[in-house]
Design a protein around this ligand. Sequence first.
Ligand code: GLU
Length: 485
Amino acid sequence: MGKKVKVRFAPSPTGDLHVGNIRTALFDWAYARHTGGTFLFRIEDTDTTRVTDEYIQAAIDTLKWLGLNWDEGPEVGGENGPYLQSQRLDIYAEWAQKFLDQKDAYHCYCTPAELEATREAQRAANVAPGYDGKCRDLSAEQIAAYKSEGREAVVRMRMPDGSTTFVDEIRGEVVFDHKFVPDFVLVRADGSPLYTLAVAVDDVLMKVTHVLRGEDLLSSTPRQIRVYQAMGVKPEDYPVFAHLPFVMGQDNAKLSKRNGEVSIAWYREQGYLPEAICNYLALLGWSPGDDRENITMKELCELFTVEKVHSSPARFDMKKLEAINGDKIRALTLDEFLNWSLPFLIKAGVITGTDSEIALVKAALPIIQERIVKLDEIPQMLKFLFVKDFGVEAESVSKITDSLSKDILKRSVKELEPLSAWNHDSIEAALRASLIEEMGLKPRIAFTAIRIATTGSTISPPLFESMELLGKEASLARIAAALTL
Ligand code: GLU
């Protein structure tokens, strides 16, 4: 029987989590759920100059918001904690000491200037850059001399000659010649551990079975395997590696602000739903085996296998994400849609959140659910219903002050005033009969004037439904006011 799967997501939150991080988290999560395994969440915060408490909290909140619940990690705990690397420094120090004792690692006293001079010489000689092994076998006298100069040592791992071979679940066999993997630093002079030490020690101690992560970390794999060896882990117990293809921007360049916004916080503010982000990111480098584009989280868990991850880079396509977001918005129940909408309306200052406002929002949402792509469009769409000092937006005023528009508005008041039943059918019937049939106007011309007069803008939800929601009194008052412009 195979080992129970344990997958980890281990970001270093040096900023808000971005699209690439979340795609990794999503695949990790989906793989754990697909296999009935454990999803472990670990914060790699040993670089205290770049990781902040705010970013750590934001990473936790983002995962929660996306619904990527974890079984072990911050807040939920677990038997392999703590899950913040900054709380595990003693553990890394002990292992580094053990590696020194075993002679797998050594103290290196080279100064930054000496290291730079070595690199310079290597560049000049056209050989692969990297540590040249100068401090590998220092004598006791040399060490004493360096110490008396006040030099501080880093701890370096000794890379033996030869190569490291491992099978990547996505790329197949990968070989790293150690000529290109020089001895590497495990612990800085100030005693703080480097990523390579902490990540490898934690993956072993936390019993991680699968490392699914971004392709940018492929080259650190031979170093991590070296740490496993020094820890005495048997090859059959190494985690399985699977390096996910890069996510490129829309123009095939690296993903950046310019070609596909990167921070998940931004998507959240724009009104993308977590299910839409997850659905879209799931398709970035993976496919369910057919060409469907609408996938629920449940289906993703059922279908996700590493074999179906592509090895070529995926390209970010904002239009596709928007289309998926629109689909997910349309699929919401009215109550769900209401819950998503209210914070956007309150934040934009359109409503304060009273019961009567919420009731009106709820009545209005069905007429915009088919039309919006992102939740941040809602305030603009519905503000005409709530605004206290209504006025036509400046750029539309000139569109309703010509004589034809005045005729249209006058005629509509005349037709609408006597209506006893005020609903979108009766409003539409009255306006069509008079403006289109009798006056012979094109609907676009006739209804644009009324739209501007009643909603203040050329862009609004469907006109007759909007007027029904606004009510007879307010609709007529607004048309009357427009006639005075
Ligand atoms: N902490 C690393 C990073 O955010 C990733 C660690 C890993 O997945 O191995 O870049």
